[in-house]
Unconditional design. Structure first.
Length: 393
């Protein structure tokens, strides 16, 4: 069914092909949202009637969970339409982050449903009511589990295909619904076979799971809005393309900004021989920017760093600093290393990249230690150090 829907409604769909930034994105989001609205609205109607007939709180609560899922699909549909709008004067980076806001709303609804289910379950535990089990309602509940299993698989496939946080969150929610409905079925069977009133307890267990799942998705989405390090695979591709020219000695200080799942901007430093003319260095950087844009759809800006290859003083000082850093902490690295000759001493100017676990006091101690050790090697060395971070995961 999943392949049939994708092939029918997506003209350019190819089996197994992921297209996070292509023209299919809005179409996939729209299709998934419409499917979610239709399935969840139908499940709400069926489960609500069954809950009333069976006098089961867990089934009735589960029906309203499906109603909230239908509302979430509507939010996703609106969010997809807004996120797909092109950049304009007021939003030059596009509208892709609206998808994160849609995900935030959906995960908030999921968490709220879990809280309400927990409240009602506690009431059922304190004031238990008997439930009934009949064949037709039981079969319909089993069928609803099958529908939700397929809906979870469909949303996960679609979400993975276009790298959509909102569809992946919807897939997790559908999986939660499978657990919720299964718990409701289990409580009906246990009460029917043993006479024990467990409906409220099952509802409480399910509510805790739903709240936990909702909070996890909520935290993940908030992290995306705050800003997270980009996938190291994307960073590796950018660095590889940037280094294709034989004159490039290395790249560092790569920073990637995401303005939605399909919109990236980046900047980096490129080390080039100091013997190149300004025009030659600019041509190499410009070619790398163009290649990254064409192949990865990432807007890259490159800052060039001249490196003196025949400077023995620089090479010797860099080797000593590298040894010191490795001895202090193997995780430490340095770049932008240059030597400025003074009248009485040599100024060593460079950046040290430190882990995020380093506090301000650790950074200050590190700077003093490197300066002290280099001064012991040669009193002519004066280190001017800047602390830097790695912005890639």
């Amino acid at each position: 069914m999943t392949e049939f829907l994708l092939k029918t409604f997506l003209k350019t769909y190819k089996h197994g092909e992921n297209d996070p930034s292509g023209s299919n994105r809005t179409a996939v989001m729209t299709l998934a949202s419409v499917v979610g609205i239709l399935c969840n609205t139908g499940l709400f109607a069926v489960k609500f009637i069954l809950g009333m007939v069976l006098h089961s709180l867990s089934v009735t609560a589960d029906s309203f969970n499906n109603l909230s899922d239908a509302s979430s699909s509507i939010i996703s549909l609106v969010g997809a339409k807004l996120a797909g709008q092109p950049a304009d004067k007021e939003h030059p980076f596009g509208h892709g982050r609206i998808e994160y806001l849609s995900t935030l709303i959906v995960t908030t609804i999921i968490t709220a449903v879990g809280v309400m289910l927990g409240r009602d379950s506690v009431g059922k535990i304190l004031h238990p009511e008997p439930t009934s089990l009949e064949l037709l309602p039981f079969v319909l509940l089993l069928l609803s589990v099958g529908v939700k299993l397929w809906l979870s698989s469909f949303n996960r496939k679609a979400g993975t295909m276009i790298d959509s946080t909102v569809l992946l969150a919807t897939a997790d929610d559908a999986r939660n619904d499978v657990i919720t409905t299964s718990a409701a079925i289990a409580s009906l069977v246990i009460e029917h076979l043993t006479g024990l009133t467990v409906d409220g307890w099952f509802g409480l267990a399910v509510s805790i799971f739903v709240i936990y799942s909702g909070l996890c998705s909520l935290i993940e989405t908030i992290s995306l809005l705050i800003g997270t390090p980009e996938n190291p695979e994307l960073a590796a591709k950018i660095e590889a393309i940037s280094s294709e020219n034989d004159s490039v000695l290395g790249v560092h200080d790569l920073i990637i900004h995401s303005y939605g799942p399909d919109r990236w901007f980046a900047s980096e430093h490129m080390e080039l021989p100091a013997s190149l003319t300004f025009t030659e260095a600019h041509s190499i950087a410009d070619e790398a920017e163009r290649n990254v844009r064409d192949r990865l759809d990432v807007d890259l800006v490159i800052h060039t760093d001249p490196v003196s290859l025949d400077d023995s003083v620089r090479a010797e000082a860099l080797e000593e600093v590298t040894k010191i850093l490795t001895a202090i902490d193997p995780a430490l690295t340095c770049h932008d290393f240059r030597v400025v000759q003074g009248k009485k001493h040599k100024n060593l100017i460079f950046d040290i990249v430190v882990p995020y676990s380093y506090k301000e006091e650790d950074e200050e101690n590190l700077i003093h230690e490197v300066q002290h050790d280099m001064h012991l090697i040669s009193r002519n060395y004066h280190c001017h150090i800047r602390i830097d971070r790695d912005y890639v995961a």
